[in-house]
Every structure is written in structure tokens, then in C-alpha cells.
Design a protein around this ligand. Structure first.
Ligand SMILES: Cc1cc2nc3c(=O)[nH]c(=O)nc-3n(C[C@H](O)[C@H](O)[C@H](O)COP(=O)(O)O)c2cc1C
Length: 358
């Protein structure tokens, strides 16, 4: 299960402290001019060590393409790429070799595979999400050429949530602060919240909101390939993701039908839209032409610079104190990962809907 997608497919490999991580993309549009700076920019937004709020682990995250791109354009053949792991400090993780970090994947990987690469979380490390960002950055470029844009931002961290619902925010407003929240006042409070948790040797979770604009009506494959189901699967595959909702989501459960219904209107040119967007741009698993809106909740990561009670591989109670360098809050770094997974999902769905119209 290391391959994502049906027609646009990303196969992802590698461990946090191995020589490299990487991927193979199959199904990329041929003869497409690739903007390498866009890919580098997306990787830079996910990279550790980018601000005082993130882990000081420094990885250059330089992607090297091995195939599928010639003279700057895609050839239609598999696109293989690697990102070398340059800043490994395996000694930091010696304690995790014997004891299980509570709420990480140490115990479950051992239960499933018996043998595991414990260095830096091995395959369960979010280092792997850099591979998704490369695949997503390619998909995002294809979508942009078709007028489809994907914008994610931090809408809550810990107890601080930005006011207002789903908005139309510019990349400049989102990138104006290290938490990637377009509401400057809320962003300042979120930064304070992170610094306070950091001081207390603790961690924080949060929420990322995402809007997909320009997606035409008619994309999504009912019954089991509903667009919201594909997005939910994509988002819930991201490390530390704990919840997904689209449109009004869980809030719809407390509304009356009269409050949550989206009224259709048609303009003089026959262009159909709805007066409100409670449905989040999807009805019956198929896009209705309105912006697709969803949110992903992330937990506070389990690795904290404080002693934690746990057990070792022999079942003996022990206390684990993990060194290593970890984020206090991974939410700002997960923003480009949410965009990447959304881009690959939407491009795949778009390709599938073209295939079903043949
Ligand atoms: C961008 C990003 C960075 C992360 N960095 C860390 C980290 O430094 N330490 C950690 O314990 N977990 C980190 N995580 C979360 C773990 O990878 C995740 O909790 C672990 O794989 C267990 O999976 P689960 O929380 O989804 O059950 C990160 C997650 C993301 C999205």
C-alpha cells in the first residue's frame, strides 16, 4: 500500500534515516513544461528548520529527478526521483530501539512486521511526506493550467482558532507568518500558543482548512469513489491526521434542513451555482462546480522533550526520554502536504471522469 492513486499514481519509498526517500509517478501528463522552482518552493514550505517555530533538524530537501523529464518537459514515461537524507543523527534515537514511544508507530510497526527501522521513526516518520509534496507539486501545475487552484492554510492551533468561515485567501497572506494563518491577529496568538507549549516541553495540534477552486461540475466517482471519500482517504493518510470534514461537516449534524440547504440558481448564460455552499462543493460524491472546502484536524505529536511512561520490547515498564529534534506543532509544515494530497486526488478524479466519458 505504498502507491496512491488510480490513473495519476505515486509510489513512495524510503525511511527517515536511510540514504534517501523518493518516488515514482506514473500517469503524468506528457509534453508538460515543469516549473522546478514551484516544486522547490513547495518542498521549502514543508522542510524542517524553516522558522524558529519548527524543528531545528535541517534537511536540504533537494529533489533529483532520474527519469521522465527531458529538456524541462515530461516525456510520459515514469518520473522517478530521490531526495537524499542528509541530516541524520541516529544516536538521538537509540532509546527508541528498545522502548516504544507512546502514541507513535513504534509498537504497531513491531506488532505488524517484527523488525523495524527505529531511527527517526523509520517509515512512519513524516519525512516521507516530502515525496508526496513532489507528486502534489506536479499535479498542482497540471491543475493550474486548467484553472484549478488549491489553497490550504492553518485555521486553528491548540485553543486558538481564526474567526470567520472558509475564505478566499491569497498565498501572500498565508505565507506572511510562520504558522501559515491568513488572519494576522490570530496568527500572532497561535505563535504565542506554540512558544508557551514549547516552554512547557509540550506539543500542540491544530486544523488545516483547504479550498479547491475552478473544479468543474461532474468530477467524482460514485459509489465507492465519491470525491469526498477520496479526499478523506488522502487526508487521513497524512501522519498525525485525526479528523476530516467537508462542507459544514460535523456542524451540519446540529443544523435544520432549512439552514443547510444550498439553493440552485442559473444565470443568463445557463451557468449553474448555489447561493450558499454548505455542501462544500460536492453532492452525491460529485463536484457541483462550487469551491470544494474541507478541513483536516491534526493531533499534538507524541514526541515531547520530557520523560514519558511506556514499556520496552520485553513488556517491562520503563520511562522514555526521547532526544532528537521535533516540532512543537507540525501543523504549519503539514499545510503543503494537505495541498499535495488534494492536488493528486483531484487530478486523479479528473482523469477518471475523462475516462468514464470515453
Ligand atoms: C509534517 C509532520 C512532521 C512530523 N514530525 C514529527 C516529529 O518530529 N515527531 C513525532 O513524534 N511525530 C511527528 N509527526 C507525526 C508522526 O509522524 C505520527 O504521529 C506517527 O507516524 C504516528 O502516526 P499517527 O499519529 O497518524 O497515528 C509529524 C507529522 C507531520 C505531518
Amino acid at each position: 500500500m505504498n502507491t496512491f492513486g488510480t490513473l495519476f499514481r505515486l509510489t513512495d519509498f524510503g525511511e527517515s534515516h536511510g540514504p534517501a526517500i523518493g518516488g515514482v509517478i506514473d500517469g503524468m501528463v506528457p509534453d508538460f513544461t515543469v516549473d522546478m522552482d514551484f516544486i522547490r518552493g513547495a518542498l521549502g514550505r514543508r522542510r524542517p528548520g524553516q522558522s524558529r517555530l519548527t524543528t531545528q533538524r535541517r534537511e536540504a530537501d533537494e529533489v533529483r529527478f532520474l527519469s521522465g523529464i527531458f529538456e524541462g518537459r515530461t516525456t510520459g514515461t515514469p518520473i522517478a526521483f530521490v531526495i537524499e537524507n542528509s541530516d541524520q543523527r541516529s544516536a538521538d534515537y537509540s532509546e527508541v530501539a528498545r522502548a516504544f514511544r507512546p502514541c507513535h508507530a513504534d509498537y504497531t510497526y513491531r506488532a505488524k512486521y517484527g523488525h523495524r527501522d527505529y531511527r527517526g521513526g523509520g517509515r512512519a516518520s513524516a519525512r516521507e511526506t516530502a515525496v508526496r509534496v513532489v507528486g502534489g507539486a506536479l499535479a498542482q501545475q497540471v491543475l493550474a493550467a486548467k484553472g484549478i487552484t488549491i489553497t490550504a492554510y492553518t485555521s486553528a492551533i491548540g485553543g486558538v482558532a481564526m474567526s470567520g468561515g472558509v475564505g478566499d485567501y491569497s498565498a501572500d497572506a498565508i505565507e506572511a507568518n510562520p504558522v501559515r494563518c491568513p488572519d494576522a491577529a490570530a496568527a500572532a496568538l497561535m505563535e504565542q500558543e506554540i512558544m508557551a507549549a514549547k516552554k512547557a516541553d509540550d506539543t500542540l495540534g491544530g486544523v488545516i482548512s483547504c479550498t479547491i477552486k475552478g473544479l468543474p461540475a461532474g468530477v467524482g466517482e460514485p459509489i465507492f469513489g465519491k470525491l469526498q471519500a477520496m479526499l478523506a482517504a488522502a487526508m487521513m493518510s497524512i501522519n498525525a491526521a485525526k479528523g476530516f470534514e467537508y462542507g459544514d461537516g460535523f456542524a451540519a449534524a446540529t443544523m435544520r434542513g432549512s439552514e443547510s440547504v444550498d439553493t440552485f440558481v442559473s444565470d443568463s448564460e445557463g451557468h449553474v451555482s448555489t447561493l450558499t455552499n454548505h455542501s462544500g462543493g460536492i453532492q452525491g460524491g460529485i463536484s457541483n462546480g462550487m469551491p470544494v472546502t474541507f478541513r483536516v484536524a491534526f493531533k499534538p505529536i507524541a514526541t515531547m522533550p520530557r520523560p514519558l511512561d511506556t514499556i520496552d520490547v520485553d513488556g517491562k515498564a520503563t520511562v522514555i526520554e526521547v532526544g532528537g529534534r521535533h516540532d512543537c506543532c507540525v501543523v504549519p509544515r503539514a499545510v503543503p502536504v494537505v495541498e499535495a494530497m488534494a492536488a493528486m486526488t483531484v487530478l486523479d478524479a479528473l482523469m477518471l471522469s475523462c475516462a468514464t466519458k470515453l
